[in-house]
Design a protein. Structure first.
Length: 87
């Protein structure tokens, strides 16, 4: 595999991980903002765990490429630092 193909594959991975993070983070936020009678702790926890996992994968992929995750994957980077105790 050429270096260009490796970079393309890694960029595609970053796009996938950041998109999946955004989808699950939105579910997490929406679930947290529901009234208590319709709030689901299970759905909230699952969405958080998935968002955290995709954030970590995006950051690791950036680091593997020698990129600064705080610039390339800013939302994911901020998420992990905001929820450091839980993540």
């Amino acid at each position: 595999m050429t270096i260009i193909k490796q970079v393309e594959a890694s960029v595609a991975d970053i796009v996938f991980f950041t998109s999946a993070f955004t989808a699950h983070n939105n579910i997490y936020i929406n679930e947290c903002n529901k009234p208590s009678r319709s709030y689901s702790h299970k759905a909230c926890s699952e969405a958080f765990d998935l968002a955290r996992g995709y954030a970590k994968m995006a950051i690791l992929t950036c680091e593997d490429l020698g990129l600064d995750p705080s610039k390339v994957c800013r939302e994911q980077y901020d998420f992990l630092h905001s929820y450091k105790a839980a993540a």
